[in-house]
Design a protein around this ligand. Structure first.
Ligand code: KG4
Ligand code: ZN
Length: 370
């Protein structure tokens, strides 16, 4: 077994595996000693069709679907990278947070390869994968301020490297993607709702419907979307005309983009105060970063606050294994590996100290998302 040390100048080639929600994904990423990481392959098998009839992800269906395709997806990732297991330096598998049945499938598969080939295993936090995702193919040095907005998470973090994320704020109820999905459902749109709502909103009048502006002007960097969700669901009842639905979708998208950018601007001011004289960088990652209105609002905030804006390519915003492979490679380069008894964790905050110190975000039904 070859284990890299921080001084190791060789590139590291890592196989990543992601199965925490409804995508079975595998990827091969090469991390050189200098310069940006290269994605050699990134395969994603989406289960959208399996879950669509139920209007959301069904955990049992997800776990079974992962079992059915994981081997083929891993083989495909290796083949399209043109790399055999002999050319792999380590295995990175998502170990949480997520739907634990699915996480176990990918993590066990990764452990089996690591054991059989005597390769180091890295049990990756899915959120750390999103945190590094903008570094796939682009040189974005640490530290940066990160807005992680996905279906399960909505948080602001200061990212100084793998294993060095400090949480500044997070949602006190729903994640932004969850709000998109649930409101889309009340508008009769198909799952997953975020992209469908964005399409419906195109050309709509965002000013026609008034929606609650949660936490506006409040101290801190937390988010809240449940009031918006309830108000939008009420307004959606009985709306049948296409134009009305379009205007409501535009209002919802605008309200989400506004809250994300308002809270981010506050965090930027605090971050800038702590990083005087340094280059100020902002990254938005996670599925909701694919939304054009959200990106535009955040770009405007970056321009106003003097931050450089970065976001992963669209394919690496939503769940993928390239980001898991990169987090694994960066950990491997730092000598951070895991034992084969690493457990699958349904809940796993990135910044455990902040999560435990703040009772709002303690593990619980809502804590998982925070
Ligand atoms: O990162 P991701 O694939 O999975 C999680 O880790 O949660 O994010 C999925 C979320 C879903 O809620 C989906 O509706 C949302 O990202 N999403 C979008 C868009 N594309 C994906 N939301 C708004 N607009 C989009 N274009
Ligand atoms: Zn995700």
């Amino acid at each position: 077994m070859t284990r890299a040390s921080p001084a190791d100048p060789r590139p590291l080639t890592v196989l990543g595996i992601e199965t925490s929600c409804d995508e079975t994904a595998a990827a091969v990423v090469r991390l050189p000693a200098e310069g940006a990481a290269q994605v050699l392959s990134s395969e994603v098998a989406s289960q959208i069709a399996d879950h669509a009839p139920f209007g959301g992800v069904v955990p049992e269906i997800a776990a079974r679907a992962h079992v059915e395709v994981i081997e083929a997806i891993v083989r495909r990732a290796l083949a399209s990278a043109g790399v055999g297991l002999d050319g792999i330096d380590g295995i990175a598998a998502t170990a949480g947070p997520g739907l634990v049945g699915g996480v176990m499938v990918g993590l066990s598969f990764g452990k089996a390869i690591a054991l059989a080939r005597d390769l180091p295993l890295v049990a990756v936090n899915h959120l750390e994968g999103h945190a590094v995702s903008a570094r796939l193919g682009a040189e974005i040095p640490y530290p940066f301020l990160l807005l992680l907005v996905s279906g399960g998470h909505c948080q602001l973090l200061e990212v100084a490297g793998v294993g060095a994320c400090r949480r500044l704020g997070s949602t006190i109820d729903d994640a932004a993607g969850e709000a998109f999905d649930k409101i889309a459902k009340s508008l009769g749109l198909p799952y997953p709702g975020g992209p469908a709502l964005e399409r419906l909103a195109a050309g709509g009048d965002p000013a026609r419907f008034a929606l609650p502006r949660a936490l506006l002007g409040r101290d801190g960097f937390d988010f809240s979307f449940s009031g918006l969700k309830t108000a939008a669901a009420r307004l959606a009842e009985g709306l049948t005309a296409e134009e009305d639905r379009r205007d409501l979708a535009a209002a919802v998208q605008g309200a989400i983009a506004r809250q994300l950018s308002e809270r981010t601007a506050r965090a930027m001011r605090a971050y800038a105060g702590e990083h005087r004289g340094e280059a100020l960088r902002f990254v938005v990652a996670g599925g909701v970063a694919a939304n054009g209105a959200v990106r535009a609002a955040l770009q405007a905030v970056c321009a106003a606050e003097g931050f450089a804006f970065a976001a992963p390519p669209l394919a690496y915003c939503t769940d993928n294994a390239a980001m898991i492979a990169l987090a694994g490679a960066e950990r491997l380069a730092a000598g951070l590996t895991d034992d084969l008894d690493a457990v699958a964790r349904p809940r796993w905050p990135l910044d455990e100290a902040a999560a435990l110190a703040n009772p709002v975000h303690l593990p619980g039904r809502k804590g998982a998302k925070a």
